[in-house]
Write a protein that binds this ligand. Structure first.
Ligand code: AQP
Length: 349
């Protein structure tokens, strides 16, 4: 099946079941932004994708300072979170990036059609390089090229991500188009991003002008998936809103804190922000909104946390899931690499 997938001609999104691909960093502290912006889309994609492929990107994690022993632990944490959130290895391909060497090779080959100027302009590179105390690694600059390799190796049509990845997705599309123009039309598929309508950019509860983030936000403004229920409720109770008097329970660019809470509530309930606004029309103030969203998030996360604890305890089982996923992934990636090498004149004829 994997080879059939690799040799199939690119199809416009929606014409047949799309190949879906997305990657996620291995951290022990996945937050509500990752969950709403990406993980819930992964779960939904399992039944639409043919196949849906999800990758824990340990190679990307080496681009900033890290501890090698901890990295393996964090891969297990993230695998367990994804399984607890509803990924089913029978219905998707879940694997670790470092188990499939084709990603690194394709990254190198794609650097030949990537402009240095484009990489220098990436916001994430600028922010993360400014935050490095010791070494700004070349890997940090090449991060989006490796991301392009991740997706293009599977000729994916669709990439579910949060709003923060829009710029990287555009670069990925440029790389694929440039490759095809230079080495042969149709060799790589130019992917589309899939950004959720609600929750594409979950904001930090204390600093609502910023996205909720593993590295760039505030601890009290970041709701981690494995936070205790009491801590989750407390973080929402202390969320920054605004000083409108009387309080206005509506969304708007001038109300980032309130908009964020309404969006989170809508996303975890699977409803629309407009219906949340309607429901809260009679509320006494922001306190009611904060309690409602805290309760809804706790209700959603407690069962996930229980499943996480059971799944995380069995590291052998986690490794077995990742190994089986890598074997399937590699069959497809190797076929793409064979086409790419042949088109580029690299290696034996
Ligand atoms: N605040 C967010 N709102 C919606 N989606 C988000 N994502 C991240 N933050 C938000 C999406 O989560 C997916 C996985 O992200 P990642 O683990 O690869 O890390 P990241 O994109 O770098 O985001 P983090 O976790 O907050 O880390 P830092 O601090 O490094 O930026 C992606 O699809 C992302 O869009």
């Amino acid at each position: 099946m994997a080879h059939a997938l690799a040799s199939r001609a690119p199809v416009p999104c929606g014409a047949v079941a799309p190949v879906i691909f997305s990657g996620i960093q291995p951290t022990g502290r996945k937050h509500l932004g990752n969950y709403i912006g990406a993980i819930t889309q992964y779960v939904a994609g399992q039944d639409r994708g043919d196949p849906a492929i999800y990758c824990i990107v340990d190679l990307h994690a080496t681009t900033v300072a890290y501890d090698p022993v901890e990295l393996r632990e964090r891969v297990h944490d993230t695998t367990a979170v994804l399984l607890a959130a509803g990924l089913d290895p029978e219905r998707c391909i879940l694997f670790r990036q470092g188990d499939v060497p084709e990603h690194a090779e394709l990254c190198w080959l794609l650097t030949s059609v990537t402009a240095l100027g484009e990489l220098n302009r990436m916001h994430q590179f600028r922010d993360k390089s400014a935050a490095q105390r010791e070494l700004v690694s070349a890997g940090l600059l090449l991060y989006p090229v490796l991301q392009a390799a991740d997706v293009l190796a599977y000729r994916a049509h669709e990439v579910p991500v949060g709003e923060d990845q829009r710029e990287h997705l555009e670069l990925m599309r440029n790389i694929a188009e440039r490759f095809n123009t230079r080495f042969g039309e149709g060799i790589l598929v130019v992917p589309e991003h899939r950004i959720p309508e609600v929750g594409a950019r979950v904001r930090d509860l204390q600093l609502p002008e910023r996205k909720m983030s593993t590295t760039g936000g505030s601890d009290q403004g970041t709701v981690y998936l494995l936070d205790e229920p009491a801590a989750i409720r407390r973080k929402f109770k202390r969320a920054v809103t605004d000083s409108d008097d009387p309080p206005l329970l509506r969304r708007g660019d001038d109300k980032p804190g309130v908009t964020n809470l309404i969006d989170i509530l809508a996303a975890v309930r699977g409803t629309t922000p407009a219906s949340v606004e309607l429901e809260l029309a009679g509320a006494r103030g922001y306190g009611d909104l904060k309690v409602a969203v805290g309760d809804a998030v706790v209700e959603r996360l407690v069962p996930l946390q229980e499943r996480f604890r059971a799944i995380r305890a069995d590291e052998q089982a986690l490794e077995a899931v990742l190994a089986a996923g890598a074997a399937k992934a590699r069959a497809t990636a190797a076929a793409t690499l064979a086409d790419v090498r042949a088109a580029m004149g690299v290696g034996p004829p």
